[in-house]
Write a protein that binds this ligand. Structure first.
Ligand SMILES: [Zn+2]
Length: 324
């Protein structure tokens, strides 16, 4: 190691004998809770990008992107990355997903390559490298020397749609040639990268709700154990799935997006969703639906506990008092 540089080594003692996957999941839960408590002007997008890209990956000066291989990711790992990105402000618009499993070279068996997450190179340089130049001096120097070749700051289309596609259709599958051809058709796969005008950024809330609608199980967490969904909702011709509404467990208030995270969302049938409007249904029904929402996934319960002021004894009371 060159003179003047120091190394930081941390040791984690596994006293409770938990698996690495479980450990990383606990770390993720802590991160999500901390993100929801950050001040409005915190450089969250910059720090998420820093954590993702600074130690690995490489610059592609031809495409003006900085690329990182996803090496044998597990479903839970991808989910957690996705949830953190959904909590970012606009970072997803700087990202692009490259399905190299579907490319001709991979299909022909010439080069087996992993899916890559890529970030706009100029944005990465301006907002991450220049802000934290000392963390990876080697990468900093490469980009600084080539700073006239970084291209422009751009936003990209549909990162979240592509990530959902990756999770559902590619991740962990051993795809046959026919399946790959079909997927390429579905995706209208192309090497061209589309740009989005800067003023067309999606609103964060709509993205998270759209993701929840797509990915959560088609079951009303309020009444799914009592009623058949066919008696409570209808099938949508668009995708042959039952219609559900996505509900913020701690009600969404327009003045704060702290509760606008995936762990605070559940799927309800239209009846249960309507019943949660204050005073529209009797309190015992509202409390039963709230209790079922809290029990639906451990992360929902953890999130509500983390947001609940100390004077509350029960998360059901807290959610009930904040119905909107
Ligand atoms: Zn229901």
């Amino acid at each position: 190691m060159p003179v003047g540089q120091s190394m930081v080594v941390s040791t984690i003692i596994n006293e409770n004998n938990i698996t690495l996957d479980d450990f990383l999941n606990l770390v993720y839960e802590r991160i999500i809770v901390s993100i929801s408590k950050l001040p409005e002007n915190y450089p969250l997008d910059e720090e998420i990008a820093l954590a993702m890209f600074i130690l690995r990956g490489s610059a592609d000066f031809n495409r003006s992107l900085y690329a990182l291989d996803l090496r044998n990711p597990t479903l839970r790992y991808v989910d957690n990355i996705f949830k953190i990105l959904l909590s970012s402000k606009n970072l997803m618009e700087r990202l692009n997903l490259n399905f190299r499993e579907l490319q001709p070279q991979h299909v022909a068996g010439e080069r087996e390559r992993n899916t890559q997450i890529r970030i706009n190179l100029k944005w990465f340089y301006d907002n991450v490298i220049c802000r934290y130049p000392d963390i990876n001096k080697y990468k900093t120097d490469i980009l600084r020397i080539n700073r006239r070749n970084l291209g422009e700051v751009h936003a990209y289309h549909m990162f979240e749609d592509r990530l959902i596609f990756y999770k559902q259709k590619i991740l962990g599958r051993d795809l046959s040639d026919n399946e790959i051809r079909a997927l390429r058709r579905d995706l209208e796969f192309s090497e061209n990268i589309e740009y989005v005008p800067e003023n067309k950024f999606n609103i964060r809330n709509q993205k998270i709700v759209a993701f929840a609608r797509e990915m959560f199980e088609d079951k009303c967490v309020g009444c799914g154990d009592i009623y058949d969904i066919a008696d409570r909702s209808f099938v949508m011709p668009r995708n042959n799935r039952y219609y559900f509404e996505v509900n913020h467990v701690i009600a969404y208030a327009s003045d704060s997006d702290a509760v606008d995270v995936l762990d605070n969302l559940v799927k309800l049938c239209p009846v249960c969703h309507r019943a949660l409007t204050p005073h529209r249904a009797y309190p015992d029904l509202q409390r039963r639906i709230i209790s079922n929402m809290l029990d639906s996934r451990p992360e929902v319960c953890n999130f509500v506990h983390s947001m609940m002021p100390a004077h509350y004894k029960s998360p059901v009371d807290y959610v009930f008092d904040n119905l909107k």
